[in-house]
Design a protein around this ligand. Structure first.
Ligand code: FAD
Length: 290
């Protein structure tokens, strides 16, 4: 199918982009980044925006950079840029895992992290993986800019806090203090497909192999990503490698926190079982990496 007719804008500056977005009716304008979710939706006529604001020509939105103890991801940072970053591979391997498991090479070369968060697909890899980190979304609009923690940014399936005329300019993530590591694993029916279920784990070790920071996130088993606070509390301050009972209790808590729905990818029971298995594998990977 072909998309419905639309007007195309290609602003060269952020101010221009925000001005165009503010001028069009709230539901009529859409930002175009990598186009890997928006263009298929337009072709299927699930989305028919009257104005496309292509932000790909705006300087300063590309790539990623370190600012003190935070990693700043520009709105045009592609999945492939994340994979290519030595900083990410060394200090935030959970993000390299998410990039590697997202789609295929072609999609990774075009699609952006910001586009994935703005799209807020319940089975998306970036919302789930970044939920295990201290992630903040930076937003610009005509009224100025604001920052929103990722946990508040995604409010429901395919729904975010972005207001009319607003766009994401960048995303920032705390670079965890050493010794820290994480892992993100998903289960997919075919290579390059969306997740049936996914789990992210991020750990920071204190003295005597105890963990002073534990974060666990789930994807594709709810309308939006889930942080499993009960399991995090259970594991906080404990020696994780030595306690089978402790990990069993945490796995039980992870399964209980999942809110899966039955669809073509699997039943509720199957997905609940999967998050338990993925949790055990991802925490074991994270422990090895720490
Ligand atoms: C074959 C295929 C397989 C895929 N597999 C996976 C997968 O395994 N896992 C996964 O997570 N994703 C997958 N995707 C989706 C892919 O990761 C997309 O790249 C991503 O979801 C959207 O990023 P984008 O830059 O392409 O956004 P676009 O398609 O350009 O935009 C998506 C939405 O976000 C909005 N948007 C984009 N940028 C901004 C911004 N800066 N500010 C405000 N709003 C913005 C757009 O207006 C639109 O509503 C797949 C896509 C395809 C085509």
């Amino acid at each position: 199918m072909k998309p419905a007719i639309f007007r195309y804008h290609a602003p060269k500056t952020l101010d221009e982009a925000v001005a165009v977005l503010a001028e069009v009716a709230p539901d009529d304008g859409r930002v175009l980044a990598g186009g890997q979710s928006l263009v298929p939706m337009m072709k299927l006529r699930i989305a028919s925006p009257r104005y496309l604001i292509d932000v790909n020509r705006i300087d300063g939105l590309s790539g990623l950079r370190r600012e003190g103890d935070r990693l700043v991801i520009g709105a045009l940072c592609r999945h492939a840029d994340i994979l290519a970053s030595p900083l990410v591979r060394e200090q935030l391997p959970i993000m390299a895992d998410a990039a590697r498991q997202t789609a295929d090479v072609q999609v990774r070369n075009r699609g952006t992290v910001a586009g994935s968060l703005a799209h807020a697909d319940p089975a998306g890899d970036w919302p789930a993986a970044l939920m295990a980190l201290d992630t903040v979304v930076h937003i610009a609009g005509r009224g100025g800019s604001r920052t929103v923690p990722l946990a508040d940014f995604i409010v429901d399936a395919y729904t975010t806090q972005l207001g009319p005329g607003e766009m994401i300019t960048e995303i920032s993530v705390d670079i965890p203090a050493h010794p820290s590591a994480g892992a993100y694993l998903k289960f997919e029916k075919r290579a390059g497909d969306f997740a049936v279920a996914s789990v992210g784990v991020q750990l920071t070790q204190a003295e005597s192999f105890r963990f002073r920071k534990v974060a666990i996130s789930l994807g594709a088993v709810g309308a939006k990503p889930i942080r499993v606070r009960a399991a995090e509390t259970l594991l906080h301050g404990k020696v994780l490698a030595s306690s089978v009972n402790l990990l069993e209790a945490a796995e039980e808590s992870v399964r209980a926190a999942a809110e899966p729905f039955a669809d073509t990818r699997g039943s509720v029971e199957y997905k609940r079982h999967l998050v338990g298995v993925l949790f055990r594998r991802s925490i074991s990977m994270a422990l090895d990496r720490v």
